[in-house]
Design a protein around this ligand. Sequence first.
Ligand SMILES: Cc1ncc(COP(=O)(O)O)c(C=O)c1O
Length: 471
Amino acid sequence: MSMLRYEKLAAELEGMIASGALRHGDRLPSVRRLSLERRLSISTVLQALRQLEERSLVEARPQSGYFVRPAGQARAEPRARTTPVSPVPVDVSQRLVRVLQAGMQPGVAPFAAALPAPSLLPLAALHRLYAGVARRHPKLLEGGSHVNMDEPALVRQLVRRSLAWGGPLAGEEIVVTNSCTEALSLCLRAVTQPGDTVAVESPAYYLMLQLLETLGLKALEIPTDPRTGISVEALDLATRHGGIAACLLVPNASNPLGSVMPDDSKRRLANLLASRNVAVIEDDIYGDLHFASQRPWPIKAFDTAGNVMLCSSFSKSLTPSLRIGFVAAGRYRAAIALQKTITSGATNPITQHVLAEYLASGSFERHLRGLRRCYESQVESMRAAVGRYFPAATRMAQPQGGFVLWVELPEEFDASRLHQRAVAENLAYVPGELFSASSMYRNCLRLNCGNPHTPEIDDAVRRLGALMEKP
Ligand SMILES: Cc1ncc(COP(=O)(O)O)c(C=O)c1O
């Protein structure tokens, strides 16, 4: 198959990086120069640069152009694995609770739950807003409701922000929730019955597996590429003969791989699953925390059938304590609003107001720009530390957003067994098998990179690596 023009330019630039003609930190020729010299349109050049960015070879710096990224972390990446062809019941909750609790103990290195360091969050601004909203709107503390009441000012802000996501959401399809977890749970309740099968990524975010477990649903694990996300071809095969009620996934900066699905895969997935009557539940919590210059679009942007439910929250970008999330529910809106009313009634009105005012103030976009750079550099530092301290044949993902790092140890290691020794040394992480309904990934683990890479953090990674001197 002949290469498209942008692919050819991207391949040439990649060759120059591989040969050392362009080195870490070098500035690439400007877009205008490449366009003039190579007789290509500006958009073709930009497409080539974006492809290199997605592959983490170059980075865009505001007002300065494109630069070659550090090559030191060019460790091999994990490969997508073959998954069981049949759905299985899920049983991860008990083990997961123990792992997360162990990771929360005082003095334990914070590598388990995916939580941002408080120092990265705009807490002072939120404190001021809470005090201001409580003073200006005393009636918010009166009454309350068991019927879900979305705050129109917040819904307006959510719609406004979604303009950058490939088309605005409709205000009428939004249901405000207590967190992204609640949003995901409501979606599952709205479109499944106990005993149904749900297709998930492999590895899958453990909380999604937990939700399936508590709702009596089975998981069908679908092979997932550490760069490009869930395999649409495998989904095609899996859904050919019916029997799958929903597909639950994190297409943008997946947890734990950090993969981002290309637009074309998102479009194909949206069309395929709409035509097969399989509801799509997408978790876009990391969509704003991308490392490439442009925000990746959600699958929802390619949905013409109202079949995609987009869930998110501000837990990773503002603070997990807000517990405000939402779902843009498409044609499932009425069913989800009903589930919301039944399970938790209204969502805290004061916090909805606070969030609406924060988003309206314009501070969020500025905060996000800084936060993205922090997360990216923390992930890079963690990759470098794992490269220094873990066994030589260790593979690791190259996340394209978010702040977790998926690490694959050599085959002979058992990350669940090692976890007990790690806890005894005040170290923590989440063992890989908790990201699978069929106990795959025993030699893998996930590290939280939500904290600045201080000498203490580096030393904790070193001590973790020292535990791996023997399997
Ligand atoms: C993919 C994903 N979805 C949802 C959540 C939880 O979000 P919330 O705190 O809003 O429930 C997390 C937190 O780790 C996550 O990684």
